[in-house]
Design a protein around this ligand. Sequence first.
Ligand code: HEC
Ligand code: HEC
Length: 300
Amino acid sequence: MKKVLKWIGIVIGSLLGLIVLVILGLALKGNSMLKKTYDLQVETIPIPTDEAAVARGEHWVMAECIGCHGEDLSGAPFFEAPFATVNAKNLTTGKGGIGSEFTDEDWVRVFRHGIGPDGNSILIMPSHAFRLFSDADLGDIIAYLKVAPPVDKELSEPNFNLLGKALLGAGVFGDSIVIAETINNNAIDPVYPPAGVTPEYGQYLINVSACRDCHGAELSGGKSADPSAIYAPNLTSGGELIAWKEEDFIKAIRTGLTPTNRQLDPLQMPWEHYKNFSDDELKAIWAYLESLPRLESTLP
Ligand code: HEC
Ligand code: HEC
Protein backbone atom coordinates (compact mmCIF):
# COMPACT_ATOMS: atom_id res chain seq x y z
CA MET A 1 0.00 0.00 0.00
CA LYS A 2 2.77 2.40 0.96
CA LYS A 3 4.50 1.64 -2.31
CA VAL A 4 1.38 2.48 -4.32
CA LEU A 5 1.01 5.81 -2.51
CA LYS A 6 4.63 6.56 -3.20
CA TRP A 7 4.13 5.92 -6.91
CA ILE A 8 0.98 8.02 -7.02
CA GLY A 9 2.99 10.79 -5.38
CA ILE A 10 5.75 10.49 -7.95
CA VAL A 11 3.27 10.55 -10.85
CA ILE A 12 1.40 13.59 -9.49
CA GLY A 13 4.66 15.33 -8.71
CA SER A 14 6.01 14.74 -12.20
CA LEU A 15 2.76 15.93 -13.78
CA LEU A 16 2.82 19.12 -11.72
CA GLY A 17 6.46 19.61 -12.65
CA LEU A 18 5.56 19.16 -16.30
CA ILE A 19 2.71 21.68 -16.05
CA VAL A 20 5.04 24.22 -14.45
CA LEU A 21 7.57 23.66 -17.23
CA VAL A 22 4.92 24.09 -19.93
CA ILE A 23 3.67 27.32 -18.30
CA LEU A 24 7.22 28.63 -18.04
CA GLY A 25 7.91 27.72 -21.66
CA LEU A 26 4.75 29.47 -22.85
CA ALA A 27 5.54 32.50 -20.66
CA LEU A 28 8.98 32.73 -22.24
CA LYS A 29 7.38 32.63 -25.66
CA GLY A 30 4.83 35.31 -24.64
CA ASN A 31 7.63 37.44 -23.23
CA SER A 32 9.62 37.29 -26.45
CA MET A 33 6.48 38.26 -28.41
CA LEU A 34 6.15 41.38 -26.24
CA LYS A 35 9.85 42.22 -26.32
CA LYS A 36 10.47 41.59 -30.01
CA THR A 37 11.90 44.70 -31.65
CA TYR A 38 11.17 45.73 -35.20
CA ASP A 39 13.58 47.83 -37.16
CA LEU A 40 12.26 49.43 -40.29
CA GLN A 41 12.40 52.50 -42.45
CA VAL A 42 9.53 54.90 -41.69
CA GLU A 43 8.17 56.85 -44.64
CA THR A 44 7.77 60.61 -44.27
CA ILE A 45 4.39 62.10 -44.91
CA PRO A 46 3.55 65.81 -44.91
CA ILE A 47 2.03 67.01 -41.62
CA PRO A 48 0.00 70.16 -42.25
CA THR A 49 -0.46 72.89 -39.62
CA ASP A 50 -3.34 74.94 -41.00
CA GLU A 51 -6.63 75.26 -39.15
CA ALA A 52 -8.69 73.37 -41.72
CA ALA A 53 -6.36 70.35 -41.53
CA VAL A 54 -6.42 70.40 -37.71
CA ALA A 55 -10.24 70.50 -37.79
CA ARG A 56 -10.40 67.55 -40.19
CA GLY A 57 -7.97 65.66 -37.96
CA GLU A 58 -10.08 66.38 -34.88
CA HIS A 59 -13.12 64.98 -36.68
CA TRP A 60 -11.28 61.72 -37.47
CA VAL A 61 -10.03 61.42 -33.90
CA MET A 62 -13.55 61.91 -32.49
CA ALA A 63 -14.84 59.16 -34.83
CA GLU A 64 -12.02 56.66 -34.41
CA CYS A 65 -10.11 57.11 -31.15
CA ILE A 66 -12.04 58.48 -28.18
CA GLY A 67 -13.81 55.21 -27.32
CA CYS A 68 -10.44 53.88 -26.16
CA HIS A 69 -8.39 57.01 -25.40
CA GLY A 70 -11.19 59.01 -23.75
CA GLU A 71 -13.07 62.14 -24.87
CA ASP A 72 -10.11 64.38 -23.94
CA LEU A 73 -7.51 61.84 -25.21
CA SER A 74 -5.98 61.60 -21.75
CA GLY A 75 -6.05 57.81 -21.92
CA ALA A 76 -8.05 55.16 -20.10
CA PRO A 77 -7.70 51.59 -18.87
CA PHE A 78 -8.45 49.29 -21.80
CA PHE A 79 -7.82 45.84 -20.46
CA GLU A 80 -7.73 44.99 -16.75
CA ALA A 81 -7.48 41.35 -15.81
CA PRO A 82 -5.73 39.46 -13.00
CA PHE A 83 -3.07 38.46 -15.53
CA ALA A 84 -2.54 41.69 -17.46
CA THR A 85 -3.28 45.39 -17.64
CA VAL A 86 -3.08 47.54 -20.75
CA ASN A 87 -3.97 51.23 -20.78
CA ALA A 88 -4.82 53.23 -23.88
CA LYS A 89 -2.18 55.96 -23.61
CA ASN A 90 -2.56 59.63 -22.78
CA LEU A 91 -2.01 61.13 -26.25
CA THR A 92 -1.79 64.77 -25.20
CA THR A 93 1.21 66.96 -24.43
CA GLY A 94 0.17 67.06 -20.76
CA LYS A 95 2.08 65.35 -17.95
CA GLY A 96 2.10 61.57 -18.55
CA GLY A 97 1.14 62.10 -22.21
CA ILE A 98 3.16 60.90 -25.16
CA GLY A 99 2.34 64.00 -27.21
CA SER A 100 5.30 66.02 -26.04
CA GLU A 101 7.80 63.23 -26.81
CA PHE A 102 6.56 61.96 -30.15
CA THR A 103 8.33 63.13 -33.29
CA ASP A 104 6.58 63.14 -36.67
CA GLU A 105 8.40 59.89 -37.42
CA ASP A 106 7.11 58.31 -34.18
CA TRP A 107 3.52 59.20 -35.07
CA VAL A 108 3.81 57.74 -38.57
CA ARG A 109 5.57 54.60 -37.28
CA VAL A 110 2.80 53.81 -34.82
CA PHE A 111 -0.07 54.27 -37.29
CA ARG A 112 1.55 52.71 -40.36
CA HIS A 113 3.46 49.90 -38.67
CA GLY A 114 2.04 49.45 -35.15
CA ILE A 115 5.46 50.04 -33.63
CA GLY A 116 6.33 52.38 -30.78
CA PRO A 117 9.40 54.63 -30.50
CA ASP A 118 11.18 51.85 -28.54
CA GLY A 119 10.89 49.49 -31.51
CA ASN A 120 8.40 47.16 -29.77
CA SER A 121 4.98 46.40 -31.16
CA ILE A 122 2.15 48.43 -29.69
CA LEU A 123 -0.52 46.32 -28.07
CA ILE A 124 -4.18 45.97 -29.05
CA MET A 125 -4.58 49.27 -30.92
CA PRO A 126 -5.82 48.54 -34.48
CA SER A 127 -2.94 50.02 -36.48
CA HIS A 128 -3.52 47.27 -39.06
CA ALA A 129 -6.63 49.33 -39.93
CA PHE A 130 -5.15 52.80 -39.34
CA ARG A 131 -2.31 52.00 -41.74
CA LEU A 132 -4.94 52.18 -44.50
CA PHE A 133 -5.48 55.93 -43.95
CA SER A 134 -4.28 58.00 -46.92
CA ASP A 135 -1.23 60.21 -46.35
CA ALA A 136 -3.52 63.25 -46.41
CA ASP A 137 -5.91 61.88 -43.76
CA LEU A 138 -3.11 60.58 -41.57
CA GLY A 139 -1.36 63.94 -41.88
CA ASP A 140 -4.54 65.68 -40.68
CA ILE A 141 -4.89 63.28 -37.74
CA ILE A 142 -1.30 63.89 -36.62
CA ALA A 143 -1.75 67.64 -37.15
CA TYR A 144 -4.61 67.56 -34.64
CA LEU A 145 -2.85 65.28 -32.14
CA LYS A 146 0.07 67.72 -32.00
CA VAL A 147 -2.14 70.58 -30.87
CA ALA A 148 -4.82 68.70 -28.88
CA PRO A 149 -5.39 70.36 -25.47
CA PRO A 150 -2.88 69.01 -22.90
CA VAL A 151 -4.28 66.94 -20.03
CA ASP A 152 -2.14 65.71 -17.12
CA LYS A 153 -2.71 62.01 -16.45
CA GLU A 154 -0.18 59.33 -15.62
CA LEU A 155 -1.08 55.77 -16.62
CA SER A 156 1.01 52.67 -16.10
CA GLU A 157 2.77 50.91 -18.96
CA PRO A 158 1.31 47.62 -20.20
CA ASN A 159 2.00 44.75 -17.83
CA PHE A 160 1.59 41.00 -18.35
CA ASN A 161 2.43 38.76 -15.39
CA LEU A 162 3.67 35.19 -15.73
CA LEU A 163 0.18 33.82 -16.35
CA GLY A 164 -0.59 36.63 -18.82
CA LYS A 165 2.58 35.91 -20.75
CA ALA A 166 1.80 32.17 -20.75
CA LEU A 167 -1.72 32.84 -22.10
CA LEU A 168 -0.22 35.10 -24.76
CA GLY A 169 2.37 32.46 -25.65
CA ALA A 170 -0.38 29.83 -25.85
CA GLY A 171 -2.20 31.96 -28.43
CA VAL A 172 -5.33 32.50 -26.30
CA PHE A 173 -5.73 36.07 -27.64
CA GLY A 174 -5.17 35.14 -31.27
CA ASP A 175 -3.42 37.99 -33.05
CA SER A 176 -5.27 40.72 -31.16
CA ILE A 177 -2.42 41.82 -28.87
CA VAL A 178 0.90 42.09 -30.72
CA ILE A 179 -0.28 44.34 -33.51
CA ALA A 180 2.95 44.73 -35.49
CA GLU A 181 2.69 41.03 -36.36
CA THR A 182 -0.81 41.41 -37.80
CA ILE A 183 0.26 44.28 -40.06
CA ASN A 184 2.68 42.02 -41.90
CA ASN A 185 -0.09 39.53 -42.58
CA ASN A 186 -2.79 42.01 -43.42
CA ALA A 187 -4.20 41.27 -46.83
CA ILE A 188 -6.21 44.46 -47.41
CA ASP A 189 -4.65 46.76 -50.01
CA PRO A 190 -5.17 50.44 -49.40
CA VAL A 191 -7.73 52.24 -51.59
CA TYR A 192 -8.03 56.03 -51.57
CA PRO A 193 -11.30 57.09 -53.23
CA PRO A 194 -12.34 60.76 -52.99
CA ALA A 195 -14.60 61.61 -50.03
CA GLY A 196 -18.30 61.44 -50.92
CA VAL A 197 -21.49 59.47 -50.40
CA THR A 198 -20.28 56.54 -52.48
CA PRO A 199 -19.85 52.83 -51.75
CA GLU A 200 -16.15 53.22 -52.55
CA TYR A 201 -15.66 55.85 -49.87
CA GLY A 202 -17.78 53.77 -47.50
CA GLN A 203 -15.40 50.87 -48.09
CA TYR A 204 -12.47 53.13 -47.20
CA LEU A 205 -14.21 54.17 -43.96
CA ILE A 206 -14.96 50.53 -43.08
CA ASN A 207 -11.34 49.54 -43.73
CA VAL A 208 -9.76 52.28 -41.61
CA SER A 209 -12.33 51.78 -38.84
CA ALA A 210 -11.41 48.14 -38.17
CA CYS A 211 -15.02 46.96 -38.64
CA ARG A 212 -13.64 43.76 -40.20
CA ASP A 213 -11.69 42.90 -37.03
CA CYS A 214 -14.97 41.92 -35.42
CA HIS A 215 -17.53 41.55 -38.23
CA GLY A 216 -15.22 39.33 -40.29
CA ALA A 217 -13.08 39.91 -43.37
CA GLU A 218 -16.19 39.76 -45.62
CA LEU A 219 -18.39 41.50 -43.00
CA SER A 220 -20.58 38.40 -42.92
CA GLY A 221 -20.21 38.05 -39.14
CA GLY A 222 -17.36 37.19 -36.87
CA LYS A 223 -15.79 37.64 -33.51
CA SER A 224 -12.96 39.82 -32.29
CA ALA A 225 -9.99 37.76 -31.09
CA ASP A 226 -10.58 39.14 -27.58
CA PRO A 227 -11.83 36.12 -25.57
CA SER A 228 -14.50 38.24 -23.84
CA ALA A 229 -15.94 39.43 -27.17
CA ILE A 230 -19.44 38.48 -28.28
CA TYR A 231 -20.50 37.62 -31.85
CA ALA A 232 -20.49 40.60 -34.22
CA PRO A 233 -23.40 40.08 -36.62
CA ASN A 234 -23.48 39.75 -40.40
CA LEU A 235 -23.57 43.26 -41.94
CA THR A 236 -24.47 42.04 -45.45
CA SER A 237 -28.08 41.51 -46.51
CA GLY A 238 -27.73 37.90 -45.37
CA GLY A 239 -28.17 39.21 -41.82
CA GLU A 240 -30.63 41.38 -39.90
CA LEU A 241 -29.62 44.45 -41.91
CA ILE A 242 -31.75 43.24 -44.82
CA ALA A 243 -34.71 44.80 -42.99
CA TRP A 244 -32.89 48.07 -42.18
CA LYS A 245 -33.10 51.39 -44.00
CA GLU A 246 -30.36 54.01 -44.16
CA GLU A 247 -31.94 55.98 -41.31
CA ASP A 248 -32.07 52.84 -39.13
CA PHE A 249 -28.36 52.36 -39.66
CA ILE A 250 -27.55 56.00 -38.84
CA LYS A 251 -29.71 55.79 -35.71
CA ALA A 252 -28.03 52.55 -34.62
CA ILE A 253 -24.55 54.07 -34.92
CA ARG A 254 -25.60 57.37 -33.29
CA THR A 255 -27.57 55.91 -30.37
CA GLY A 256 -26.68 52.22 -30.24
CA LEU A 257 -30.36 51.40 -30.71
CA THR A 258 -31.35 48.98 -33.49
CA PRO A 259 -34.77 49.00 -35.24
CA THR A 260 -35.84 46.13 -32.96
CA ASN A 261 -34.90 48.33 -29.98
CA ARG A 262 -31.89 46.25 -29.08
CA GLN A 263 -29.21 48.33 -27.33
CA LEU A 264 -25.75 47.63 -28.77
CA ASP A 265 -23.20 47.22 -26.02
CA PRO A 266 -20.64 50.04 -26.48
CA LEU A 267 -17.91 47.92 -24.91
CA GLN A 268 -18.43 45.31 -27.64
CA MET A 269 -19.44 47.50 -30.59
CA PRO A 270 -17.62 50.87 -30.34
CA TRP A 271 -20.46 53.05 -31.65
CA GLU A 272 -19.61 55.67 -29.02
CA HIS A 273 -16.83 56.96 -31.25
CA TYR A 274 -18.31 55.96 -34.63
CA LYS A 275 -21.35 58.10 -33.69
CA ASN A 276 -19.17 61.14 -34.46
CA PHE A 277 -19.03 60.27 -38.17
CA SER A 278 -20.89 62.87 -40.22
CA ASP A 279 -24.20 62.00 -41.88
CA ASP A 280 -22.45 61.78 -45.25
CA GLU A 281 -19.83 59.42 -43.87
CA LEU A 282 -22.46 57.13 -42.35
CA LYS A 283 -24.42 57.25 -45.61
CA ALA A 284 -21.28 56.21 -47.49
CA ILE A 285 -20.76 53.28 -45.10
CA TRP A 286 -24.39 52.28 -45.58
CA ALA A 287 -24.04 52.55 -49.37
CA TYR A 288 -21.06 50.19 -49.19
CA LEU A 289 -22.89 47.70 -46.95
CA GLU A 290 -25.84 47.74 -49.38
CA SER A 291 -23.49 47.10 -52.31
CA LEU A 292 -22.14 43.91 -50.73
CA PRO A 293 -23.32 40.54 -52.02
CA ARG A 294 -25.75 38.74 -49.76
CA LEU A 295 -23.62 36.39 -47.69
CA GLU A 296 -24.72 33.64 -45.34
CA SER A 297 -23.84 34.52 -41.75
CA THR A 298 -20.46 33.22 -40.73
CA LEU A 299 -21.19 31.73 -37.35
CA PRO A 300 -18.70 31.64 -34.50
C1 HEC B 1 -9.45 49.62 -29.54
C2 HEC B 1 -8.90 50.67 -28.72
C3 HEC B 1 -8.08 51.74 -29.38
C4 HEC B 1 -8.43 52.58 -30.43
C5 HEC B 1 -9.72 52.58 -31.21
C6 HEC B 1 -7.33 53.49 -30.59
N1 HEC B 1 -6.33 53.20 -29.70
FE1 HEC B 1 -4.51 54.12 -29.55
N2 HEC B 1 -3.94 52.82 -28.14
C7 HEC B 1 -4.73 51.84 -27.58
C8 HEC B 1 -3.97 51.11 -26.58
C9 HEC B 1 -4.48 49.96 -25.74
C10 HEC B 1 -2.68 51.69 -26.56
C11 HEC B 1 -1.51 51.30 -25.69
C12 HEC B 1 -0.66 50.33 -26.45
C13 HEC B 1 0.61 49.98 -25.74
O1 HEC B 1 0.86 50.49 -24.64
O2 HEC B 1 1.37 49.18 -26.32
C14 HEC B 1 -2.70 52.75 -27.55
C15 HEC B 1 -1.60 53.55 -27.86
C16 HEC B 1 -1.61 54.60 -28.74
C17 HEC B 1 -0.47 55.41 -29.08
C18 HEC B 1 0.90 55.30 -28.43
C19 HEC B 1 1.76 54.24 -28.97
C20 HEC B 1 3.07 54.21 -28.25
O3 HEC B 1 3.98 53.66 -28.83
O4 HEC B 1 3.23 54.72 -27.14
C21 HEC B 1 -0.90 56.35 -29.97
C22 HEC B 1 -0.06 57.42 -30.61
C23 HEC B 1 -2.30 56.12 -30.20
N3 HEC B 1 -2.70 55.05 -29.45
C24 HEC B 1 -3.12 56.90 -31.01
C25 HEC B 1 -4.43 56.57 -31.38
C26 HEC B 1 -5.22 57.31 -32.33
C27 HEC B 1 -4.83 58.61 -32.98
C28 HEC B 1 -6.38 56.61 -32.51
C29 HEC B 1 -7.49 56.89 -33.48
C30 HEC B 1 -7.10 57.09 -34.87
C31 HEC B 1 -6.32 55.46 -31.62
N4 HEC B 1 -5.13 55.47 -30.95
C32 HEC B 1 -7.33 54.52 -31.51
C33 HEC B 1 -6.04 51.56 -27.92
C34 HEC B 1 -6.75 52.15 -28.95
C1 HEC C 1 -14.55 45.62 -31.47
C2 HEC C 1 -15.46 44.90 -32.31
C3 HEC C 1 -16.32 45.66 -33.30
C4 HEC C 1 -15.96 46.63 -34.20
C5 HEC C 1 -14.59 47.21 -34.41
C6 HEC C 1 -17.15 46.98 -34.92
N1 HEC C 1 -18.22 46.27 -34.46
FE1 HEC C 1 -20.14 46.45 -35.04
N2 HEC C 1 -20.72 45.11 -33.63
C7 HEC C 1 -19.86 44.40 -32.81
C8 HEC C 1 -20.63 43.56 -31.94
C9 HEC C 1 -20.05 42.60 -30.90
C10 HEC C 1 -21.98 43.79 -32.25
C11 HEC C 1 -23.18 43.20 -31.51
C12 HEC C 1 -23.35 44.10 -30.30
C13 HEC C 1 -24.50 43.79 -29.42
O1 HEC C 1 -25.35 43.00 -29.82
O2 HEC C 1 -24.53 44.38 -28.31
C14 HEC C 1 -22.00 44.76 -33.33
C15 HEC C 1 -23.16 45.24 -33.92
C16 HEC C 1 -23.16 46.06 -35.03
C17 HEC C 1 -24.36 46.45 -35.75
C18 HEC C 1 -25.78 45.99 -35.43
C19 HEC C 1 -26.06 44.78 -36.28
C20 HEC C 1 -27.29 44.01 -35.93
O3 HEC C 1 -27.61 43.09 -36.71
O4 HEC C 1 -27.91 44.28 -34.91
C21 HEC C 1 -23.96 47.25 -36.77
C22 HEC C 1 -24.86 47.91 -37.81
C23 HEC C 1 -22.53 47.36 -36.71
N3 HEC C 1 -22.08 46.64 -35.64
C24 HEC C 1 -21.76 48.06 -37.60
C25 HEC C 1 -20.39 48.25 -37.48
C26 HEC C 1 -19.59 49.10 -38.34
C27 HEC C 1 -20.12 49.83 -39.55
C28 HEC C 1 -18.33 49.08 -37.84
C29 HEC C 1 -17.12 49.88 -38.29
C30 HEC C 1 -17.36 51.30 -38.56
C31 HEC C 1 -18.32 48.19 -36.69
N4 HEC C 1 -19.58 47.71 -36.51
C32 HEC C 1 -17.20 47.91 -35.94
C33 HEC C 1 -18.49 44.50 -32.78
C34 HEC C 1 -17.74 45.43 -33.48
